[in-house]
Design a protein around this ligand. Sequence first.
Ligand SMILES: Cc1cc2nc3c(=O)[nH]c(=O)nc-3n(C[C@H](O)[C@H](O)[C@H](O)COP(=O)(O)OP(=O)(O)OC[C@H]3O[C@@H](n4cnc5c(N)ncnc54)[C@H](O)[C@@H]3O)c2cc1C
Length: 474
Amino acid sequence: MQKNQVTIIGAGFSGLVTAFALVQKGLSVKIYEKESRAGGLIQTQNISWDPETHFPDETSGTLSFEKDQFYSAQAELQNTTHREKYIGSYETGANGILNCQALEFLCNEIKLNLFSVPKSGQKKYIFRQKIRRWPFFFWETLILLILLLRMFWKKSARPKEQESIKQWCERQFNLIFFNYLLDPILSGIYAGDGTKLSARLLFAKKRKKPQTLFPKKGMGEFVECLKNYLISKNVTFHFCQEWPPLSQNHEPTIVATSAPAASRLIQNVSPIVSQLINQIEMLPLVTAQCFYKEKKPPVTGFGCLFPRKENFQSLGVLFDSNLFPWRNSGVSERWILGGANNPDLIHWSDEKIILSLQKDRSRLYQKQKQNKDQSQTPPLKWEPKVESSIIKTHITRWHQALPHYTLQLESILNQIHDSKETLPQPTPSYFWMSSTHKLALIGNYWGGIGLSSILESSFDLADKIYLQWESHGP
Ligand SMILES: Cc1cc2nc3c(=O)[nH]c(=O)nc-3n(C[C@H](O)[C@H](O)[C@H](O)COP(=O)(O)OP(=O)(O)OC[C@H]3O[C@@H](n4cnc5c(N)ncnc54)[C@H](O)[C@@H]3O)c2cc1C
């Protein structure tokens, strides 16, 4: 074994970016992955169909804003992958990443260009009786502004230990803001139950100006580019190799898997931590990519979230044809269902899932009667037009998609950090290092589901490993 060699288990986003950060420190890395590809939860799928029948109408002007971008990107894609037919693409998991300094550095190194949301995809909606850009009525907005101003001066506004998002919101604002703003947003991102989500864990890392960025051809391009860069830096990949539980005399290892897999892998070397991680609740999630005959998206914008109070089956929908108009012909949308509030949905048949999201879709785009008593907000300037005609649907079921960021997870992470198996402080709480073995854990259950959180954590982990493992010798 080389002195400065590290083994990483898992070639998902956590494993890849940790390998990148270690390579920057001059360490040599081997990655083991049980599947035949890198990326884990991230995967871009390409599909194709006859260009004669489903091609965007040039004269309609629907895509005129990005028409040049659309055709050049499409030509580029066709040259490299599918020659014979028109292709469309979609994400089964993550579709974008929030900007941060570490991301800028990584993209410069691996020579990957990321794009921000085009104009057509900037408006964000929440459903409250109808699709709305701002879910609140005038007087509610006024109260929110006053409460926000008051909070600005108060230190007690910070989330307390073991305080749920709902409790925190109730203490600071009032439940309307929980029901129609925080709960739908957090359910959309974390697929969790806002009554159980931990305010401390969710507000742990703050971003100055969050902006979502995408690679042109999808997140698969990010993975491919990073993998090729790592190979050029002599990182070795071993695919289709499921690593067994670690033994006492293992090599310096980083476990970069989901929580259940990490628990199994460390059961013999760190039993207490393994048992605690095993208690982390994992949420099931379903994504359904739908392609429609319509040539024009019913609304412009990023997507719409559905508050629980409105009784939709879906958590939300992303308007992919506005976000990535060059990736697909016609209209495509990505529906997200399941999560903590509907865990059994994952067992539904494809037909039942499609039927329920079709119901959600017609309600989302239904024409609203102008009833002044019903709403005090001005009516929308456009009228959504919808002909419901699905051409294709691709359903992805994630049985253990994401950790549930509950108060229970907050308490589990606290117990792990207090345990004697953990390297004493000052180790940040968003990864774990063993006190007795050259063993570290990183992944989306350590204080950040999002890719940019994982990326930032991986840079800190690499610093710590460099100091701890390298300076103390083999
Ligand atoms: C539907 C969905 C949408 C999302 N959208 C976004 C988004 O838009 N933006 C965002 O920032 N985040 C998003 N996320 C979250 C983000 O994608 C994940 O948090 C992140 O990809 C997790 O990466 P990971 O490497 O930690 O885990 P994983 O992707 O699960 O990777 C772990 C890898 O380890 C491998 N493995 C496990 N056990 C072993 C073993 N014993 N031996 C070898 N290999 C093993 C697995 O095969 C897998 O490849 C989304 C998640 C989902 C499910």
